[in-house]
Design a protein around this ligand. Structure first.
Ligand code: PLP
Length: 390
């Protein structure tokens, strides 16, 4: 193509033959964005197979940026393959939709991430896929619940909001003994507190929205495996469902990953300091943090984990009304009211346990804290001034 005969303002801008020199290297992976991927010729187009990361066909199937993030998450989790999804919840629904069919049953912990349970209740049920909720603190009960229709057992440690740490080894053993696939929601552990595959889990899912992103500004999920056949089922369902992840978002997570361990341990230390202090405060009847002795499943946390996330809940004594607890939450200044966790800003959410679980495991109102990266003394002072409201 001769540049001179083509219009420089249109065709020349689109088909200009300059290609930058190869061999550029920098700490951060480049952002490769595409829907269209260009093939050198028709033979190359026909030969390309997108399933095994040995080439590029279409942006939905991955670019160098998303492939790099998938490989790093797989490495973090101790897995061999990974697919990214546009949110943690999309990763949960991908696992369900790729593995379950009409007539199958999935078992979900009663304290699992709420929207994941809701997906089973509201969507899987419409496809003739049933679910039952199990008590994750009773591995023997799980073993006795597994039926011929049971095809998938979800695990989560600790439970969302109520923070019970289950006997993961016992739960996995119960499922394995009956040949049932296990999927772990490893968002809390982030691949840092414990190794889900070493415990025998088949699938390790994570909401990268939390610690891997670390900014409170990206939604993303991952599904990691060690079995190529299982991975291929996720890869195919991922493509058919059209679960693309934007390269700009993948770049943000790639930029945050190197600092994740530092951030995770800083959140952990600050959260333990504040959880211990809150235990001494009169309006607080109970602190739910798996690293604290007396918290449900503390002994399982102790023999499974080397660290904890910066997350805990407290029960406010039942003599304080829910409205008073709201006033306490509203009085906090550094703690902002908002969902999610793993970012720099400390967050707080009051939860109405009876509307989430029946029967509710504790009396009183529950308040969940996500400890950010502010100075711990400032956070403690903020809690102290707000507790005065009670
Ligand atoms: C946040 C979260 C999810 C969902 O992640 P999103 O990216 O918000 O969809 C799933 N599981 C757990 C345990 C979570 O905390």
């Amino acid at each position: 193509m001769s540049e001179t005969t083509q219009d420089p303002g249109t065709t020349g801008l689109i088909h200009h033959p300059y290609t930058p020199p190869a061999g550029f290297e920098a700490p951060q992976v480049g952002v490769h964005k595409a829907s269209t991927v260009i093939f050198a010729n028709t033979a190359a187009m026909r030969a390309r197979d997108w399933r095994y990361k040995n080439g590029y066909t279409y942006g939905l199937h991955g670019t160098p940026t998303t492939f790099t993030l998938e490989e790093r998450i797989a490495h973090l989790e101790g897995g061999l393959q990974c697919v990214l999804a546009p949110s943690g919840l999309a990763a949960i629904s991908l696992v369900d939709l790729a593995l379950l069919q009409q007539g199958d049953e999935v078992l979900i912990p009663v304290n699992a991430y709420g929207p994941g349970k809701d997906f089973a209740v509201q969507q899987l049920a419409r496809f003739g896929i049933t679910h039952r909720l199990y008590d994750p603190m009773d591995a023997a009960a799980l073993a006795s619940m597994i039926a011929p229709a049971t095809k998938l057992v979800w695990l989560e440690a600790p439970g969302s909001v109520t923070m019970e740490f289950p006997d993961l080894r016992g739960l996995v053993a119960a499922a394995r003994a009956r040949g049932v696939t296990t999927a772990l929601d490893n968002t809390w552990g982030a691949g840092l507190a414990f190794d889900g595959f070493a415990l025998g889990c088949d699938i390790v899912m994570q909401a990268l929205t939390k610690f891997p992103s670390g900014g409170g500004d990206v939604l993303m999920g991952s599904v990691t495996t060690r079995d190529p056949a299982l991975h291929e089922r996720f890869k195919l369902a991922h493509m058919r469902l059209g679960l693309g992840v934007a390269a700009n978002d993948a770049e943000l997570v790639l930029r945050s990953l190197p600092s994740m361990a530092l951030r995770y341990h800083a959140h952990d230390q600050a959260a333990r300091t504040l959880a211990l202090w809150l235990q001494t405060q009169a309006p607080i009847s109970r602190v739910l943090h798996p690293a604290l002795p007396g918290s449900p499943g503390h002994e399982h946390w102790q023999n499974t984990c080397s660290a904890a996330a910066g997350l805990f809940s407290v029960m406010v004594d039942a003599r304080h009304s829910a409205a008073k607890v709201d006033a306490f939450v509203d009085a906090l200044k550094l703690f902002r009211i908002g969902y999610s966790w793993g970012g720099p800003v400390s967050l707080v959410v009051p939860y109405d346990l009876p509307s989430m679980r029946s029967p509710a495991p504790y009396a009183g109102t529950l308040v969940r804290f996500s400890i950010g990266l502010e100075h711990v003394a400032d956070l403690q002072a903020d809690l102290a001034q707000a507790l005065a409201v009670l």
